[in-house]
Write a protein that binds this ligand. Structure first.
Ligand SMILES: C[S@@+](CC[C@H](N)C(=O)[O-])C[C@H]1O[C@@H](n2cnc3c(N)ncnc32)[C@H](O)[C@@H]1O
Length: 179
């Protein structure tokens, strides 16, 4: 994940929101010369505790808030960039979360994500459909079968770049979109 964190968090600029920050593994990748401040949200109390310990690894001001992406505690058009890494597989209502990101992003702002997604192969995607009830149970609501890029486009983002990374049952995408 390190090169992918560098490619997403590392390229963020201005006032940045990170959704689903987890234990804060992206914090050290933000560039102090480009990022004015970071708002990081995470709904899970245990993850937040670890994330708090990682604040010191960052060279930028970070505010950590307990919140879900479906209900962001920020005004409209607040952020230059929004970053999400490995989050939308487990969000309860991804469409609502993506609409919230659209709302808080400034016009022309950048949304960068890395996600594992639905396979493009018909056999692999059927296997993903079969595995997903188990991964949801054992891995924090993680869906192996979500077509996240399609959802991003469906809520109205303009997809500027999309790179598909190989993986039969866990293919990943690196995506940059704008409002
Ligand atoms: C696999 S972890 C990834 C953490 C971190 N982004 C990273 O790259 O290391 C998924 C994270 O998404 C968070 N998450 C799940 N549902 C969420 C939601 N509705 N809103 C925001 N974050 C959510 C989880 O609590 C968890 O921290």
């Amino acid at each position: 994940m390190e090169p992918l964190r560098r490619e997403t968090a590392g390229q963020a600029y201005g006032v940045v929101l990170e959704v689903g920050a987890g234990t804060g593994l992206n914090f050290s990748f933000y560039n102090p010369e480009k990022v004015e401040r970071l708002e990081a949200i995470e709904p899970d109390t245990a993850m937040l505790r670890y994330a708090r310990q990682r604040l010191a690894t960052a060279g930028i001001p970070i505010t950590l808030t307990q919140a879900a992406v479906e209900d962001l505690p920020f005004d409209d058009s607040t952020f230059d960039c929004v970053v999400a890494t490995l989050v939308f597989c487990s969000v309860t209502d991804p469409e609502r979360g993506l609409r919230e990101i659209m709302r808080v992003l400034k016009p022309g702002g950048t949304f960068s994500m890395v996600e594992h997604v639905r396979s493009q192969g018909s056999i692999a995607s059927r296997v993903q459909d079969m595995i997903t009830p188990i991964t949801r149970l054992v891995s924090g609501n993680c869906h192996w079968n979500r077509d996240t890029a399609r959802k991003v486009a469906a809520v109205g983002f303009q997809i500027k770049q999309k790179r598909d990374l190989s993986g039969i049952l866990l293919p990943q995408i690196v995506l940059k979109a704008t409002r």
